[in-house]
Design a protein around this ligand. Structure first.
Ligand code: OAD
Length: 228
Protein backbone atom coordinates (compact mmCIF):
# COMPACT_ATOMS: atom_id res chain seq x y z
CA UNK A 1 0.00 0.00 0.00
CA UNK A 2 1.19 3.55 -0.75
CA UNK A 3 1.80 5.93 2.15
CA UNK A 4 -1.25 7.33 3.96
CA UNK A 5 -1.02 10.31 6.31
CA UNK A 6 -3.89 10.61 8.78
CA UNK A 7 -4.37 13.77 10.85
CA UNK A 8 -6.65 13.43 13.86
CA UNK A 9 -8.33 16.02 16.08
CA UNK A 10 -10.54 16.29 19.14
CA UNK A 11 -13.60 14.86 17.32
CA UNK A 12 -11.90 11.45 17.28
CA UNK A 13 -11.92 11.31 21.08
CA UNK A 14 -15.36 12.91 21.55
CA UNK A 15 -17.10 9.53 21.79
CA UNK A 16 -14.55 8.46 24.42
CA UNK A 17 -16.04 11.21 26.59
CA UNK A 18 -13.37 13.87 26.05
CA UNK A 19 -14.79 17.26 25.10
CA UNK A 20 -13.76 19.02 21.88
CA UNK A 21 -12.60 22.64 21.79
CA UNK A 22 -14.97 24.43 19.44
CA UNK A 23 -18.21 22.42 19.42
CA UNK A 24 -21.10 23.87 21.42
CA UNK A 25 -20.14 23.92 25.11
CA UNK A 26 -16.56 22.93 24.17
CA UNK A 27 -13.42 23.71 26.16
CA UNK A 28 -12.92 27.10 24.52
CA UNK A 29 -16.43 28.14 25.49
CA UNK A 30 -15.57 27.43 29.13
CA UNK A 31 -12.00 28.77 29.32
CA UNK A 32 -10.20 31.70 27.69
CA UNK A 33 -7.43 30.52 25.36
CA UNK A 34 -5.27 33.46 26.50
CA UNK A 35 -5.54 32.29 30.12
CA UNK A 36 -4.87 28.55 29.80
CA UNK A 37 -3.16 27.90 26.45
CA UNK A 38 -0.49 30.57 26.00
CA UNK A 39 2.98 31.06 27.53
CA UNK A 40 1.81 34.51 28.71
CA UNK A 41 -1.17 32.97 30.55
CA UNK A 42 1.18 30.49 32.25
CA UNK A 43 3.55 33.29 33.31
CA UNK A 44 0.60 35.27 34.73
CA UNK A 45 -1.13 32.46 36.64
CA UNK A 46 0.68 29.09 36.61
CA UNK A 47 -1.66 27.62 39.26
CA UNK A 48 -4.68 28.22 37.04
CA UNK A 49 -2.95 26.65 34.02
CA UNK A 50 -1.76 23.61 36.00
CA UNK A 51 -5.29 23.20 37.38
CA UNK A 52 -6.73 23.18 33.84
CA UNK A 53 -4.23 20.55 32.59
CA UNK A 54 -4.40 18.47 35.80
CA UNK A 55 -8.15 18.12 35.23
CA UNK A 56 -7.69 17.21 31.57
CA UNK A 57 -4.90 14.74 32.44
CA UNK A 58 -7.15 13.03 34.98
CA UNK A 59 -10.05 12.88 32.53
CA UNK A 60 -7.84 11.48 29.73
CA UNK A 61 -6.32 8.87 32.06
CA UNK A 62 -9.80 7.54 32.78
CA UNK A 63 -10.90 7.48 29.12
CA UNK A 64 -10.82 4.48 26.78
CA UNK A 65 -10.22 4.45 23.04
CA UNK A 66 -13.32 4.05 20.87
CA UNK A 67 -13.90 2.05 17.68
CA UNK A 68 -12.33 4.81 15.56
CA UNK A 69 -9.01 4.68 17.46
CA UNK A 70 -9.10 0.89 17.26
CA UNK A 71 -9.77 0.84 13.51
CA UNK A 72 -6.82 3.19 12.87
CA UNK A 73 -4.59 0.97 15.03
CA UNK A 74 -5.66 -2.05 12.98
CA UNK A 75 -4.93 -0.24 9.71
CA UNK A 76 -1.48 0.71 10.96
CA UNK A 77 -0.74 -2.78 12.24
CA UNK A 78 -1.82 -4.41 8.95
CA UNK A 79 0.35 -2.04 6.87
CA UNK A 80 3.59 -1.56 8.78
CA UNK A 81 5.49 1.59 7.85
CA UNK A 82 2.87 2.99 5.46
CA UNK A 83 0.26 4.51 7.79
CA UNK A 84 1.51 7.70 9.41
CA UNK A 85 -0.72 8.94 12.22
CA UNK A 86 -0.34 12.58 13.22
CA UNK A 87 -2.50 13.87 16.05
CA UNK A 88 -3.32 17.27 17.47
CA UNK A 89 -4.77 15.47 20.49
CA UNK A 90 -2.86 15.50 23.74
CA UNK A 91 -4.72 12.52 25.21
CA UNK A 92 -3.06 9.10 24.97
CA UNK A 93 -5.95 7.26 23.32
CA UNK A 94 -4.14 6.39 20.07
CA UNK A 95 -1.40 4.70 22.11
CA UNK A 96 -3.95 2.94 24.33
CA UNK A 97 -5.47 1.51 21.13
CA UNK A 98 -2.02 0.26 20.07
CA UNK A 99 -0.99 2.92 17.54
CA UNK A 100 2.29 4.67 17.02
CA UNK A 101 1.53 8.38 16.67
CA UNK A 102 3.27 11.69 16.08
CA UNK A 103 2.05 14.15 18.74
CA UNK A 104 2.31 17.55 17.06
CA UNK A 105 0.70 19.37 20.03
CA UNK A 106 2.52 17.41 22.77
CA UNK A 107 1.04 15.07 25.36
CA UNK A 108 -0.76 15.52 28.68
CA UNK A 109 1.24 12.75 30.35
CA UNK A 110 4.55 14.52 29.74
CA UNK A 111 6.15 17.45 31.56
CA UNK A 112 8.61 20.03 30.23
CA UNK A 113 10.99 22.27 32.16
CA UNK A 114 10.48 25.87 31.03
CA UNK A 115 13.99 26.66 32.35
CA UNK A 116 16.22 23.92 30.87
CA UNK A 117 14.01 22.08 28.33
CA UNK A 118 14.18 18.65 30.01
CA UNK A 119 11.14 16.39 29.45
CA UNK A 120 9.82 13.65 31.76
CA UNK A 121 6.66 11.69 32.60
CA UNK A 122 4.21 14.08 34.24
CA UNK A 123 2.83 13.30 37.69
CA UNK A 124 -0.97 13.20 37.89
CA UNK A 125 -0.92 16.61 39.57
CA UNK A 126 1.52 19.41 38.75
CA UNK A 127 1.74 22.71 40.63
CA UNK A 128 3.86 25.88 40.41
CA UNK A 129 6.06 24.23 43.07
CA UNK A 130 6.82 21.14 40.94
CA UNK A 131 10.58 20.98 40.42
CA UNK A 132 12.42 19.91 37.28
CA UNK A 133 14.20 16.60 38.06
CA UNK A 134 17.23 17.89 36.12
CA UNK A 135 17.97 21.53 37.01
CA UNK A 136 15.62 21.62 40.04
CA UNK A 137 13.99 24.90 38.95
CA UNK A 138 10.35 25.32 39.92
CA UNK A 139 9.56 25.67 36.23
CA UNK A 140 7.67 22.50 35.35
CA UNK A 141 4.93 22.95 32.73
CA UNK A 142 2.75 20.54 30.77
CA UNK A 143 4.51 19.37 27.60
CA UNK A 144 1.74 20.67 25.39
CA UNK A 145 2.08 23.20 22.59
CA UNK A 146 0.41 26.52 23.35
CA UNK A 147 -0.74 29.23 20.99
CA UNK A 148 2.26 31.20 19.79
CA UNK A 149 4.54 28.12 20.04
CA UNK A 150 5.82 25.95 17.20
CA UNK A 151 4.16 22.50 16.95
CA UNK A 152 6.48 19.51 17.33
CA UNK A 153 7.96 17.27 14.58
CA UNK A 154 7.02 19.63 11.74
CA UNK A 155 9.96 18.67 9.50
CA UNK A 156 9.08 15.00 9.72
CA UNK A 157 5.38 15.71 9.07
CA UNK A 158 6.06 17.93 6.06
CA UNK A 159 8.27 15.19 4.58
CA UNK A 160 5.48 12.64 4.99
CA UNK A 161 2.93 15.00 3.40
CA UNK A 162 5.23 15.48 0.42
CA UNK A 163 5.26 11.79 -0.46
CA UNK A 164 1.89 10.40 0.62
CA UNK A 165 -0.70 9.05 -1.82
CA UNK A 166 -3.66 9.69 0.50
CA UNK A 167 -4.23 12.32 3.19
CA UNK A 168 -7.13 12.01 5.65
CA UNK A 169 -8.27 14.52 8.29
CA UNK A 170 -10.51 13.06 11.00
CA UNK A 171 -12.49 14.99 13.62
CA UNK A 172 -10.71 18.29 13.24
CA UNK A 173 -12.30 21.68 12.55
CA UNK A 174 -9.39 22.92 10.45
CA UNK A 175 -9.20 26.19 12.41
CA UNK A 176 -5.66 25.89 13.74
CA UNK A 177 -2.54 26.21 11.59
CA UNK A 178 -0.23 24.63 10.61
CA UNK A 179 -2.41 21.47 10.80
CA UNK A 180 -5.23 23.19 8.89
CA UNK A 181 -2.87 23.66 5.93
CA UNK A 182 -1.84 19.99 5.63
CA UNK A 183 -4.64 19.27 3.14
CA UNK A 184 -3.28 21.87 0.70
CA UNK A 185 0.27 20.60 1.14
CA UNK A 186 -0.77 17.00 0.46
CA UNK A 187 -2.93 18.05 -2.50
CA UNK A 188 -0.11 20.08 -4.00
CA UNK A 189 2.10 16.99 -3.72
CA UNK A 190 -0.49 14.97 -5.70
CA UNK A 191 -2.22 13.11 -2.88
CA UNK A 192 -5.91 12.28 -2.82
CA UNK A 193 -7.58 13.92 0.18
CA UNK A 194 -10.50 12.84 2.34
CA UNK A 195 -12.23 14.47 5.29
CA UNK A 196 -14.08 12.47 7.98
CA UNK A 197 -16.13 14.58 10.36
CA UNK A 198 -19.47 14.81 12.11
CA UNK A 199 -20.21 17.94 10.06
CA UNK A 200 -18.89 19.91 7.13
CA UNK A 201 -16.07 22.27 8.21
CA UNK A 202 -14.59 25.53 6.95
CA UNK A 203 -11.95 23.40 5.21
CA UNK A 204 -14.32 20.92 3.53
CA UNK A 205 -13.97 22.51 0.08
CA UNK A 206 -10.24 21.70 0.10
CA UNK A 207 -10.89 17.91 0.24
CA UNK A 208 -11.64 15.59 -2.70
CA UNK A 209 -14.17 13.51 -0.75
CA UNK A 210 -16.04 13.42 2.55
CA UNK A 211 -17.51 10.98 5.04
CA UNK A 212 -20.00 12.60 7.38
CA UNK A 213 -21.00 11.05 10.71
CA UNK A 214 -19.67 10.07 14.14
CA UNK A 215 -16.06 8.86 14.05
CA UNK A 216 -16.86 5.55 15.77
CA UNK A 217 -19.06 4.65 12.80
CA UNK A 218 -17.42 6.28 9.76
CA UNK A 219 -13.77 5.57 10.58
CA UNK A 220 -14.10 1.75 10.86
CA UNK A 221 -16.16 1.74 7.61
CA UNK A 222 -13.55 3.86 5.83
CA UNK A 223 -10.70 1.67 7.12
CA UNK A 224 -12.61 -1.40 5.90
CA UNK A 225 -12.87 0.16 2.44
CA UNK A 226 -9.07 0.60 2.31
CA UNK A 227 -8.24 -2.95 3.28
CA UNK A 228 -8.04 -5.42 0.43
P1 OAD B 1 -12.08 21.36 17.43
O1 OAD B 1 -12.85 21.37 18.72
O2 OAD B 1 -11.71 22.66 16.83
O3 OAD B 1 -12.92 20.56 16.33
C1 OAD B 1 -13.48 19.32 16.60
C2 OAD B 1 -14.04 18.76 15.31
O4 OAD B 1 -14.50 17.45 15.58
C3 OAD B 1 -15.22 19.55 14.74
O5 OAD B 1 -15.00 19.78 13.35
C4 OAD B 1 -16.42 18.63 14.96
O6 OAD B 1 -17.38 18.72 13.92
C5 OAD B 1 -15.75 17.26 14.97
N1 OAD B 1 -16.46 16.25 15.76
C6 OAD B 1 -17.08 16.38 16.96
N2 OAD B 1 -17.56 15.21 17.40
C7 OAD B 1 -17.24 14.29 16.46
C8 OAD B 1 -17.47 12.89 16.31
N3 OAD B 1 -18.11 12.17 17.25
N4 OAD B 1 -17.00 12.27 15.20
C9 OAD B 1 -16.35 12.97 14.24
N5 OAD B 1 -16.10 14.29 14.32
C10 OAD B 1 -16.54 14.95 15.41
O7 OAD B 1 -10.80 20.42 17.67
P2 OAD B 1 -9.44 20.33 16.83
O8 OAD B 1 -9.70 20.58 15.39
O9 OAD B 1 -8.78 19.09 17.21
O10 OAD B 1 -4.69 23.08 20.13
O11 OAD B 1 -8.65 21.55 17.43
C11 OAD B 1 -7.36 21.83 16.97
C12 OAD B 1 -6.52 22.44 18.07
O12 OAD B 1 -7.22 23.57 18.60
C13 OAD B 1 -6.31 21.56 19.27
O13 OAD B 1 -5.25 20.65 19.12
C14 OAD B 1 -6.01 22.55 20.35
C15 OAD B 1 -7.10 23.56 20.04
O14 OAD B 1 -6.88 24.86 20.44
C16 OAD B 1 -3.99 23.61 21.15
O15 OAD B 1 -4.43 23.64 22.29
C17 OAD B 1 -2.66 24.15 20.75
Amino acid sequence: MDKIVILTGAGLSAESGLGTFRDEGGLWAQHRIEDVATPEGFARDPALVHGFYNARRQQAAGAEPNDAHRALARLQRDHPGTVILVTQNVDGLHEKAGSEVIHMHGALDRALCAACGLRWDAAAEMTPRTRCPGCEAKAARPDVVWFGEMPYHMEQIVDHLADCALFAAIGTSGQVYPAAGFVQEASAAGAETVELNLNATDMSRAFDSHHIGPASRIVPAWVESLLP
